[in-house]
Design a protein around this ligand. Structure first.
Ligand code: FES
Length: 105
């Protein structure tokens, strides 16, 4: 099953499969997503999920803190859509991946 995923920072919507993580569905759109490992190791795919249902695999704590995870700041390669979603990439460079998402900013 496919769902509409809006990438807010690019103002574009793409169809994503329920059984694929967001990075695997979106990586062909190179202007939308950063290049990354697709397995939770590099942290470049950090997103904020603004809306939508999803399920997620275990986050790599090197890149996503428990507080971030509780606030839906996640790794796109560990998130699978269960409905339409709105997301925003919050980390595009490897050297930014260790920065924490600032809540409320
Ligand atoms: S692409 Fe590397 S952590 Fe997601």
């Amino acid at each position: 099953m496919k769902h509409d995923v809006l990438v807010k920072d690019k103002d574009r919507t793409q169809k994503c499969l329920e059984d694929k993580n967001l990075m695997d569905s979106l990586y062909v759109y190179t202007d939308l997503v950063p290049k990354g490992c697709h397995n939770g190791a590099c942290g470049v795919c950090k997103i904020k999920v603004h809306e939508g249902e999803f399920h997620k695999d275990k986050m790599n704590r090197k890149h996503v803190s428990q507080e971030e995870e509780n606030n839906n700041v996640l790794l796109a390669c560990k998130v699978f859509p269960k409905g339409d979603m709105k997301i925003e990439f919050v980390s595009r460079e490897k050297n930014e991946s260790k920065q924490q998402y600032r809540f409320g900013s």
